[in-house]
Design a protein around this ligand. Structure first.
Ligand SMILES: Cc1cc2nc3c(=O)[nH]c(=O)nc-3n(C[C@H](O)[C@H](O)[C@H](O)COP(=O)(O)OP(=O)(O)OC[C@H]3O[C@@H](n4cnc5c(N)ncnc54)[C@H](O)[C@@H]3O)c2cc1C
Length: 457
């Protein structure tokens, strides 16, 4: 008998799962229906800041595969603008609302992939219906923001609320479009994904391109004129704004799962086993921003909502659904971003994570350059390493610097993944030529410095 797979959420994780399952099983064997409440499938939310800035001109370049391709090439029944409103695990069916046409459909499933992504944090003051306040979670959000920025007269003053990597990328995008930009952050530094000393370098670069950073500041409301935002309100006074962009982080989108009795893990995301099955809910799979991952360094379940994990997890679920065997090996928390030319990379545990996980550690910061000092364009690069005190094992790394900085974090991620000690790292055979590195690569200089620190312990 033909099996039925229902996918809830038609972006990275959901469609990776659906297409992998289809690659392994024909239509006579497996019928696939994917519900997506938005207007698009398989789009790159990661590209939104670059579309807003104008670095990417055409929105369609952000769409990896459209619904028509999924229908024609993968025989997947994609139902756009359909929101799944209930999952009945007992009756093995979902209820979906047609957001445009009205009405409801019920569909039976044998297997269900839950891939609903994450919900952006939206404070009460952003719910008041004042025009000019935007999130950037979906392509539709990005389109609404672009329309606002393209209007005549164009907005001149932007406030970005939240200094995580999305806030930082959006602040740069708006500066590039010629707006004056203020970034408001409740904490003492933007970029809390790295330690404070490294975040300070990022803040300095942001100020260097003209972004006004207000740290230790909370937005408590909005001022408006004729229904349009005119300022954000803070304890330190109003900050004028013609447009406000929210980058306040996300939480796993699990409300539907919770109501259905699909169990969550300690991180608040859906608990999964290494094949992306949900323990305690036979035939239910979860992947992407709604699911948790095992952190390979701390050993803890974590919620790290990134596209790189969503694609891999969806693929693993799809291979297993297709009758193959695949496992998701966990994460080490690698991430990269940039502020204009300044690149930022991180992997593993920050100091505060290492302390919270009970590690005793040393941390070192090494200053170097991205190229041989005599080679044109040599610029500073700062590498921070955190190593376990007793064993010398690398626990975490951060890099801030100019070109060739961000992707250097990959070498450190591989070292971390394989449990290398900083002593072993000092001998790594990394590439060297003057245009790409000094003769001692910044990573090797940092590893040597960490060994010295461990010797002095
Ligand atoms: C501005 C921005 C920049 C980013 N940059 C990066 C980056 O540089 N690198 C990186 O690794 N990650 C980045 N990310 C994160 C990355 O985009 C996400 O991790 C990834 O999209 C998660 O994929 P997903 O399929 O799990 O969830 P989503 O992409 O959120 O997709 C979930 C889908 O489910 C749909 N849905 C939800 N509920 C229902 C329902 N009840 N019924 C039907 N459909 C539903 C939603 O409409 C959505 O399309 C960025 C995100 C943003 C917003």
């Amino acid at each position: 008998m033909t099996q039925r797979l229902i996918v809830v959420g038609g972006d990275a994780a959901g469609m990776a799962a659906a297409s992998q399952a289809r690659r392994r099983r024909g239509r006579a064997d497996l019928e696939i229906v994917a519900f997506e409440r938005g207007h698009h499938t398989s789009y790159s939310a990661c590209g939104i800041p670059y579309w807003i800035s104008g670095a990417v001109e055409d929105r369609d370049e952000l769409i990896a595969r459209d619904p028509a391709t999924f229908r024609s090439d993968f025989d997947i029944d994609v139902r756009l603008r359909h929101e799944v409103t209930a999952i009945d695990l007992g009756r093995r069916e979902v209820v979906a609302r047609d957001l445009d046409g009205g009405g409801e459909v019920r569909e039976r499933f044998d297997d269900l992939v839950y891939a609903t992504g994450a919900v952006p944090t939206k404070p009460d003051w952003a719910e008041d219906g004042v025009a000019g306040v935007f999130g950037v979670q979906t392509l539709d959000d990005g389109a609404a923001l672009r329309d606002w920025l393209d209007a005549d007269p164009a907005p001149r003053r932007a406030v970005v609320v939240g200094g995580g990597y999305i806030g930082v990328e959006m602040a740069e995008a708006l500066i590039r479009r010629g707006l004056s930009v203020t970034l408001v952050e409740q904490a003492d530094q933007p970029m809390s994904t790295v330690d404070e000393d490294m975040a300070a370098l990022v803040a300095e670069a942001m100020r260097g391109i003209g972004i006004d950073i207000r740290t230790g500041t909370e937005v408590t409301g909005l001022d408006q004129r004729d229904g349009r935002v005119s300022a954000v309100v803070t304890a330190a006074g109003p900050i004028p704004a013609d447009v406000v962009v929210l980058g306040l982080g996300v939480r796993p989108n699990v409300a539907l799962a919770e109501t259905a009795g699909i169990p969550l893990g300690p991180s608040g995301a859906i608990r999964v086993d290494r094949r992306m099955r949900v323990p305690g809910a036979p035939g239910v799979w979860a992947a992407g921003d709604c699911a948790e991952s095992l952190h390979r360094v701390s050993g803890l379940p974590v919620h790290i909502p990134l596209g790189t994990h969503a694609n891999k997890q969806g693929r693993v679920a799809g291979i297993n659904l297709g009758g193959g065997y695949a496992t998701f090996p966990g994460v080490v928390g690698t991430a990269v971003t940039k502020v204009c030319e300044l690149e930022v990379g991180r992997t593993g545990l920050r100091e505060r994570d290492a302390a919270a996980s009970g590690f005793e550690f040393v941390s070192v910061v090494a200053e170097s350059t991205n190229r041989a000092g005599y080679y044109p364009g040599a610029r500073p690069m700062t590498v921070k390493l955190i190593a376990e005190r007793s064993s010398g094992r690398l626990l975490g790394a951060q890099i801030v610097g100019w070109s060739e900085a961000a992707k250097r974090i990959d070498a450190l991620a591989v070292a971390l993944w394989n449990g290398m000690t900083v002593d072993e790292m000092t001998g790594l055979d990394l590439g060297y030529a003057p245009p790409y590195a000094p003769v001692w690569d910044p990573v090797l200089i940092a590893a040597r410095k960490a060994v010295d620190a461990l010797d002095r312990r």
